[in-house]
Design a protein around this ligand. Sequence first.
Ligand code: HEM
Length: 145
Amino acid sequence: MYEAIQIVHSYWAYLVVLIVTLATINALIGFFTKREYAPKDFRISLFALIVTHIQLLIGIVIFFVSPTIMWFKNVPVKDIMGDPLLRLYNVEHPFTMIVVVTLITIGYSKHKKKLTSTPKFKMLAIFYTIAFAAMLYMIPWANWF
Ligand code: HEM
């Protein structure tokens, strides 16, 4: 069970990184070139929303089954926080990734409410860029296969 979910979370992360990268670059180009917002822009921002939400759900499941998660094992908080790797998986990674998904959700819903192209791209560019940077920062690159 754990191994299967770990593999899914790990491989799905490639798709998340790819799609969020494309959606962020697309939003920035759209904003800075002031081009017309097209159906393909809607699709790519929606796709980024969907893949990150799916990764959130997989992440929540792995949080409850991973042997690296110490919250359900009576390990003192100071031992979790004192160990960089335990702190990363038990606190920093889950917390930051929830913030990342929240930012993408806010950016997506704010951009939908704007009626013209540049404000739409602006909302996507702001929220997706911050989310993208935080996501890259919090990926455990050294342990990712
Ligand atoms: C955009 C969202 C996310 C991305 C891109 C992402 C990416 C990753 C990557 C690349 C790994 C390393 C996998 C490996 O060792 O091969 C990982 C591990 C992990 N992630 Fe995420 N993650 C995301 C969201 C979450 C969330 C929301 C949670 C929990 C609520 C979570 C919990 C975990 C845990 C517990 C591990 C360690 C699993 C283990 O090796 O036992 N992740 N994540």
